[in-house]
Design a protein around this ligand. Structure first.
Ligand SMILES: [Zn+2]
Length: 124
């Protein structure tokens, strides 16, 4: 008995019969699939750009701390190094109602006059 290699449409998953190089049932499925791929592409570069900004921010905080537990930096200094205040991973609000902005394990607390206290999360 000959085994028929049943191919499936890349868009809807239904079996397709016909030419061996056919990948879609029809143009409708082909368009759907191509649009999805395009959307995926732009999505992943969006994600990649944010991840890059986060990692850059983390590097900058790490460089400012130079192994110390805390350090102060001005907004100008941070921005001069390419720090992007738009991106952080989470917030931490203390009992005293101070909100730290964290980028993974490094964080900062906005102080007065555009200064920032840079901190590193203690190992637990
Ligand atoms: Zn299809």
């Amino acid at each position: 008995m000959a085994v028929v290699d049943e191919k499936k449409c890349l868009a809807c998953g239904k079996p397709i019969r016909g030419r061996i190089d056919k990948k879609f049932c029809d143009d409708y499925c082909r368009n759907n699939y191509n649009n999805l791929q395009k959307a995926k592409g732009s999505h992943s570069s969006f994600v990649r750009n944010i991840n890059n900004s986060l990692l850059k921010n983390r590097k900058i905080l790490e460089a400012i701390l130079q192994g110390d537990e805390t350090a102060k930096a001005s907004r100008d200094k941070l921005q001069g190094l390419g720090f992007n205040f738009k991106y952080f991973t989470h917030l931490y609000t203390t009992k005293a109602d101070k909100t730290y902005f964290y980028i993974y394990d490094y964080g900062y607390l906005p102080l007065e006059h555009d200064w920032y206290l840079v901190v590193k999360k203690k190992e637990e």
